[in-house]
Design a protein around this ligand. Structure first.
Ligand SMILES: C[S@@+](CC[C@H](N)C(=O)[O-])C[C@H]1O[C@@H](n2cnc3c(N)ncnc32)[C@H](O)[C@@H]1O
Length: 224
C-alpha cells in the first residue's frame, strides 16, 4: 500500500549524521542511501524491537543502537536531562521519525526536542499517520480513536500538520496519501530553535520519548 515507496522517497535525501527516533524493528533500514551517511543512530523505547532490528540489519550494516532511558523518556517533562542518554543539541543533520508521533504522549514536545538536536540547516523527515483530509473518514476515525488507543497505544487521528505547526517547525514540503491519513513532511527548525539548542548545550536536551547516546561519552538525546 505504498508504504515502502513512501519510506524510500522520504529517506532518499537523508545524509550526514542521521538520527532515527522510534525506529522500531528497523523498517526504514533498507531505504537509506548508506553512501550518503556519516552515521546512523536508531532509538526506540522498546528493547525487543531494537533487538529485532539488530538481528535483521545491524550486524550486517554495523550500525549502533542503544535502548533509551525509559524513565526519562516516559516522562512528558522537558526538564530531565543530565541523563547520559541525552544527545548534545545540534548533533544531527537529519532526524527521522516514521509512524512515531501517534504513540507519543506529547508529540509537539517530541518534535521540538528533535528540532533542537539538528545542526543549523538540518532537516526533520517525517512519515506519519493521522487525521484524514476527508470529513466522513474523520468522523469514523474519531468515534473509534479511544478504543484504538486502548488496544494499540496509538492515536491514529492526530492532526499531524497542526502538531508540526505547534512545534514551530517550518514545512519545506508536504504531501498526503491514503485519503490524507499518511503524511510525508520535510521540515526545518527555525533559527530561534537552533539558537536555543546551542544555548542548551551542556545541559543536554531532554526527550519525551526514545533516547540514545551516539558517540562514546557524548550526552546524546532523542525523542519518540
Ligand atoms: C508504529 S511503530 C513505528 C516503528 C517504525 N518507526 C516504523 O516506521 O515502522 C511506533 C514505535 O514507537 C515506539 N515508541 C512508542 N512510544 C515511545 C516512546 N515513548 N519513546 C520512544 N519510542 C516509542 C514503539 O516502540 C514503536 O517502535
Amino acid at each position: 500500500m505504498l508504504y515502502g515507496w513512501l519510506r524510500w522517497w522520504l529517506l532518499r535525501d537523508a545524509q550526514g549524521d542521521v538520527l532515527e527516533i522510534s525506529a522500531g524493528t528497523g523498517r526504514n533500514l533498507p531505504h537509506y542511501s548508506y553512501s550518503k551517511l556519516s552515521s546512523l543512530t536508531l532509538t526506540d523505547i522498546s528493547q525487543p524491537m531494537l533487538k529485532q532490528a539488530r538481528s535483521k540489519y545491524f550486524d550486517e550494516l554495523q550500525l549502533q543502537y542503544k535502548q533509551p532511558d525509559v524513565t526519562v523518556n516516559s516522562s512528558s517533562s522537558s526538564s530531565s536531562s543530565s541523563s547520559s542518554s541525552t544527545f548534545q543539541p545540534g548533533s544531527f543533520d537529519v532526524v527521522v521519525d516514521t509512524f512515531g508521533l501517534c504513540s507519543c504522549k506529547d508529540p509537539v514536545q517530541v518534535l521540538q526536542q528533535a528540532a533542537a538536536l539538528l545542526k543549523p540547516g538540518g532537516k526533520l523527515l517525517l512519515l506519519e499517520h493521522g487525521k484524514s483530509s476527508w470529513g466522513w473518514l474523520n468522523s469514523h476515525m474519531d468515534e473509534r480513536a479511544a478504543g484504538h488507543y486502548r488496544q494499540y497505544g496509538c492515536w491514529y487521528n492526530r492532526d499531524i500538520l497542526d502538531i508540526v505547526q505547534q512545534a514551530g517547525l517550518q514545512v519545506s514540503s508536504s504531501s498526503r496519501w491514503h485519503f490524507g491519513t499518511s503524511y510525508l513532511i520535510v521540515a526545518t527548525a527555525p533559527a530561534a530553535a537552533a539558537g536555543a539548542a546551542t544555548e542548551a548545550a551542556g545541559a543536554g536536551v531532554s526527550a519525551a520519548a526514545g533516547a540514545a547516546a551516539r558517540a562514546a561519552g557524548a550526552g546524546g538525546s532523542a525523542a519518540c
